[in-house]
Design a protein around this ligand. Structure first.
Ligand code: TTP
Ligand code: MG
Length: 416
């Protein structure tokens, strides 16, 4: 198989609000469901797939939808519930890549370029994402995969519901060609008839058009349509809103002030974070230490790394340097640490960087032992000496943070 230059996934939940309602109320399953206001004056937010053959859908006036589909059950929206499910879905996508760009509550782009060695070919990636979302939520997500954002988005819609559509980049132009111009991004109800009037009915017609002519009629948008129709779309998946950090923090059962008491907790946090980075094939570009004073003030110090890294050794040594930058004398009730600016560990590019890296080799060997024999198999001699301060004195929270506020995805009682 020839590797694709870029692997872009677009994932979009099927009939999102309606599917959540059917999940939570089994009595609604298999029935036409409209989510919208009880009043006859508003618009439908979405319709379940059972209702769609009646020609109802998002943004249709409720009165019209009820006329077309009189048997539909009308359900009022529960936005908090949809937000909670959305968070779950985005967390799962974040398990596949550090580059997740949510577009709305129920859809996101995920850049999976260069991950074949972890997740396999694009169809394998798609199946794994769909299964992971279904296992965690009980809901179906449709996935499109191609070499550009635009084609991936059209592809995810193409297979709906419950679909997986793979469009290899080399076939993208031909795959788009028969689709109507209304499927071009930015072409709405006003522009589509204009394009049609000029003789451009399909995306293929636009692809084969003279770019200057499109530009003469539509200005810079014309150039844009021409590019999209030819499956050229250089836009990157924005990392701005992807997984920002992986962290570990614990609230202690008794407050601590002295450096010797704080460091073992940072060592543990560094170990857990480094292990999670390596498990995901991520590297961190920076390290942050967070302390909560006995007066409940949160203070933090952070630093970028000179080279992206995924080892406990480096994370811990940077954390110790950061500890020296805190002016507050303590006592502290919480000690936390996070790795941020996450990126993929590029095996080829960074192998020379890691080749002479003894600590990393030791740590990956330990990863393997833990995977085979379980946690607690290998403990550092230093940690054994400090067993009383390191173990059993607090509740640990490991988190995957997506936005500015921390989003705790996997609270974990410390089990070692
Ligand atoms: P969509 O993904 O557009 O629609 P959908 O998930 O209901 O159906 P599908 O993707 O299978 O075609 O939107 C996601 C949710 O956003 C949808 O469930 C309800 C809400 N929404 C609105 O509130 N108003 C709208 O106009 C649209 C289009 C969606
Ligand atoms: Mg959807």
């Amino acid at each position: 198989m020839i590797a694709w230059p870029r692997v872009i996934v677009h994932a979009d939940m099927d009939a999102f609000y309606a599917a959540v309602e059917q999940l939570d109320d089994p009595g609604l399953r298999g029935k036409p469901v409209l989510v919208g206001p009880r009043s006859w004056r508003g618009v439908v937010l979405t319709a379940s797939y059972e209702a769609r053959p009646y020609g109802v859908g998002s943004a249709m006036p409720v009165a019209e939808a009820r006329r077309r589909c009189p048997d539909a059950v009308m359900v009022p929206p529960r936005f908090e519930r949809y937000e909670a499910v959305s968070k779950q879905v985005m967390d799962i996508l974040g398990d596949f890549s550090p580059a997740v760009e949510p577009l709305s509550l129920d859809e996101a782009f995920v850049d999976m370029s260069g991950t074949e060695h972890i997740f396999g070919a694009p169809d394998g990636i798609g199946r794994k994402i769909r299964a992971a979302v279904y296992d965690a939520t009980g809901l179906r997500i449709s996935v499109g995969i191609s070499g550009t954002k635009y084609v991936a988005k059209v592809a995810s819609d193409h297979g709906k519901p419950d679909g997986l559509t793979i469009v290899p980049p080399a076939e993208a132009r031909a795959w788009l060609a028969p689709l109507p111009v209304s499927r071009l991004w930015g072409v709405g109800r006003k522009t589509a008839p204009k394009l049609e009037k000029l003789g451009y009915r399909t995306i293929g017609d636009v692809a084969g058009a003279d770019e200057r002519e499109l530009q003469a009629h539509f200005g810079s948008a014309g150039t844009h349509y021409h590019k999209l129709a030819n499956a050229t779309d250089p836009r990157r998946v924005s990392r701005g809103r992807g997984a920002k950090s992986i962290g570990s923090e614990r609230t202690l059962e008794r407050d601590v002030s002295r450096r010797e008491e704080i460091e073992p907790h940072l060592r543990r946090a560094a170990e857990r974070i480094a292990r999670r980075l390596r498990a995901k094939s991520y590297v961190a570009g920076g390290v942050r230490v967070r302390l909560k004073t006995s007066g409940f003030d949160l203070i933090s110090r952070q630093r970028k790394l000179s080279q992206p890294n995924d080892t406990e050794d480096i994370l811990f040594s940077v954390a110790c340097e950061l500890l020296g930058e805190f002016e507050h004398p303590g006592p502290f009730r919480l000690i936390g640490m996070a790795a941020f600016d996450l990126d993929w560990r590029q095996e080829a590019r960074q192998s020379d960087l890691f080749a002479a890296d003894e600590p990393r080799r030791l740590e990956t060997t330990i990863d393997g032992l833990i995977e085979r024999f379980g946690k607690g198999t290998v403990v550092r001699a230093k940690d054994l000496e400090r067993k009383d301060t390191v173990h059993d004195d607090g509740v640990n929270l490991d988190f995957l943070d997506y936005r500015d506020g921390e989003r705790v995805s996997k609270p974990e009682r410390d089990d070692r």
